[in-house]
Design a protein around this ligand. Structure first.
Ligand code: AQP
Length: 328
């Protein structure tokens, strides 16, 4: 059956943006496709990570995958660094990438903006991401729309490789949800909600205690005026809160808008806080169970075994096609 690969970096506490833009899709896809969900720790170190924090966040992300509903018997759940082929193919694809195309990546521009020293890993990151996807011959890659550009580059690299060295890679397609494709910061409706933001009021962490969630929503920035209307152009902040509401309550934004006609921001935000708390309650409970059981280590070991089997065979074909001398 068709393959799916995706992952969420352990570069901070996972946010509602990661949940709505990525995890809900992972869960929906697992029964229909042959799924590989990694924890991209090699990507996380493109910006400095404190070792103890990286270790904790890595296990936390894996546990959140399961808590959100991924079944380790269906999907392979694994650490990227447990599959050495990622780094190796990442290098090979780096050699096939052009400076110009990497310079055009908006995420690189955003993350390097205003910084004095920018790590080279941040720059070549898209080649490693291409390796992640191509190793599994993934047909679909569920990502938020912020990752579309990287996926486009992956398609270019796959095509370039196939053209030079013969058909080796499957050209992957993006799989982007319509609503909630991009959840924005609670403090600035023009920036995406991001787990590595220095301001914790800008995001809802999936593990935030209920009172923190209520507080963050009540303090969330709202636009001028007082009507609850979905209008991304003119009311980005309220529209963002409305899509969060819709995603967390299985409603459409139209239904949310109808329900709050004539009511003010205060009433809407109060309800939104509760809607999020309730949506996250089962996930938080399951997360606590998984962490205390210690089963994550076993899940990751099994996932790495399944992932390595596929990745090693692709890498062997790539090296042969490129002309590397076999070890014999
Ligand atoms: N705000 C968002 N709205 C919708 N989807 C989002 N994703 C991230 N933020 C939002 C989706 O989550 C997946 C994992 O992303 P990632 O952790 O690999 O890197 P990222 O996109 O850079 O996510 P963050 O949270 O912004 O992390 P940092 O701050 O470390 O860079 C992707 O599918 C992404 O689309």
């Amino acid at each position: 059956s068709k393959r799916v690969l995706s992952g969420i970096q352990p570069s901070g506490k996972l946010t509602l943006g990661n949940y709505i833009g990525a995890m809900l899709n992972f869960v929906a896809l697992q029964h229909e496709y042959d799924c590989f969900f990694m924890v991209p720790d090699l990507h996380a170190v493109t910006v400095p990570q404190e070792p103890a924090a990286l270790r904790e966040q890595s296990e936390s992300v894996a546990a959140l995958y399961v808590a959100a509903g991924l079944d380790p018997k269906e999907a392979a759940i694994f650490m990227q660094s447990h599959v050495p082929a990622h780094a190796e193919l990442g290098w090979l694809l780096t050699t096939m990438s052009y400076m110009g195309e990497l310079e055009r990546m908006t995420q690189f521009k955003d993350k390097s903006e205003g910084k004095e020293a920018v790590g080279a890993g941040l720059f070549v990151y898209p080649a490693l991401m291409a390796a992640d996807i191509l190793l599994y011959k993934a047909n679909f890659v569920p990502v938020g729309d912020d990752q579309k550009q990287h996926l486009e580059l992956t398609r270019d690299l796959a095509g370039r490789f196939n053209h030079r060295h013969g058909d080796t890679f499957v050209i992957p397609e993006p799989f982007i949800p319509k609503v909630g494709a991009r959840i924005m910061s609670l403090e600035d409706g023009t920036k995406k909600m991001s787990k590595s933001s220095p301001s914790s009021g800008s995001y809802i962490s999936l593990l935030d205690p209920p009172d923190d969630i209520r507080k963050k929503i009540s303090r969330a920035k709202t636009d001028m005026g007082r009507e609850i209307i979905f209008d991304v152009q003119n009311k980005p902040e309220v529209s963002n809160l409305m899509s969060i509401y819709a995603q967390c309550s299985d409603k459409t934004v139209e239904q949310v808008q109808a329900a709050y006609e004539g009511l003010g921001y205060g009433a809407f935000k109060k309800d939104l806080g509760e809607v999020i708390v309730q949506a996250l309650e089962p996930l938080q409970r399951k997360y606590a169970d998984i962490r205390s059981s210690g089963e994550i280590r076993h899940i990751l070991r099994d996932g790495a075994e399944r992932a390595n089997a596929v990745a090693e065979s692709t890498l062997a074909a790539v090296k042969e096609a490129m002309g590397f001398l076999p070890r014999g």
